[in-house]
Design a protein around this ligand. Structure first.
Ligand code: ZN
Ligand code: ZN
Length: 336
């Protein structure tokens, strides 16, 4: 259900806002319990060897910390805003509404508003992408999120488990969160497996053994779901595609829909999300390249874009040097 605008903050707004934190609380509760079950019940009570305890606990705390850090960053990172120059003037908006019966006139108004903006994406019909709720020309890869109630830069999807949009500002954190959560589950499964087997053999005593049993099952359950989700997002990172773009490929002015429109070569795609510095690739700190507004695009779309900014030339130079690295399906590239 869409939230009312932020200017309408009645009791319902705050109730809904609170309800949306329930999935996050659920995850936090499971993680807190898993910490107790692993550290207290498994390591401190069940594992007998001190060396074994130390070994288990050191790695566990490392993965636990990285997981919590990535999760917190994914939840609390601001989703960013569409810059003001993408907002159409009140006069233009009035004219746009006034000509609601003529798409052609509306398109002309939007074309005029967007003529100096660095926009290459268009609607399927070829017109300027415009959000009537936010009254903005949508930057490339931006979509309106009905839950957040605003236009979100490089929107991937709205995730209830983080109560936030997965988008340009936190996509790296989200992928790391999935990766560390998967490692956390796999580590718990592997290290609790001998004790899980001992449980079935009847070698474990006390109520604590049920914690270990459930810990193993819960880790398997989350691990399997995370594996597919993490695998899918690794694929999307390497293809330079968002989840929304995987369902509906972006359309480019004068070219039409092209799911490879932002594909720059796999390594370059990876660096667009994770940055240039390998030391920071696996840390949940902001290193994604770009500003979330403009993206280097496949060279065949450059001729039809509105680009007027300086870094268009940089994008073009990047693409020229990247031509030879693109995947085999793109041998027909023509550089302007
Ligand atoms: Zn919007
Ligand atoms: Zn959202």
């Amino acid at each position: 259900m869409a939230l009312p605008g932020t200017d309408n903050k009645g009791p319902c707004y705050w109730c809904l806002k609170a309800v949306k934190w329930i999935p996050v609380l659920f995850i936090v509760t499971i993680v807190a319990w898993s910490y107790y079950a692993y550290v207290v019940q498994l390591c401190l009570i069940t594992v007998e060897s001190t060396v074994g305890q130390i070994f288990y606990l050191i790695f566990f705390h490392f993965f636990f910390f990285m997981f919590c850090w990535s999760y917190a960053q994914t939840i609390f990172t601001d989703i960013g805003r569409v810059p003001n120059n993408f907002r159409i003037s009140d006069v233009d908006y009035e004219a746009y509404v006034h000509h609601g019966d003529s798409l052609e006139v509306q398109n002309r108004i939007l074309e005029n508003s967007a003529k100096n903006l660095p926009v290459t994406n268009v609607t399927i019909g070829g017109s300027v992408r415009f959000c009537e709720k936010c009254k903005v020309v949508k930057p490339d890869r931006t979509h309106h999120c009905s839950v957040c109630g605003e236009c979100v830069l490089k929107m991937d999807h709205h995730c209830p488990w983080i109560n936030n949009c997965v988008c340009f500002t936190n996509y790296k954190f989200f992928v790391l969160f999935l990766g560390y959560a998967l490692i956390y589950c796999v580590y718990i499964c592997l290290t609790s497996l001998p004790y899980f087997i001992a449980f079935w053999k009847g070698d474990l005593q006390g109520m604590g053994r049920f914690h270990i049993l459930f810990l193993f099952f819960v880790a398997i359950m989350f691990g399997v779901s995370l594996m597919s989700l993490f695998g899918y997002h690794c694929y999307l990172v390497l293809e330079n595609r968002t989840t929304l773009e995987a369902f509906r490929p972006p359309s480019f002015r004068g070219v039409g829909a092209d799911k490879y429109g932002f594909h720059l070569g796999r390594f370059k795609n990876f660096k667009e999300v994770f940055g240039d510095d390998p030391k920071q690739w696996f840390l949940p700190v902001s290193t994604s390249l770009g500003d979330g507004i403009q993206y280097p695009i496949h060279s065949r779309h450059l001729q039809s874009s509105y680009h007027t900014m300086d870094n268009t030339q940089n994008s073009r130079r990047d693409l020229e040097s990247e031509t030879s690295k693109l995947n085999p399906g793109h041998t027909e590239i023509s550089i302007l």
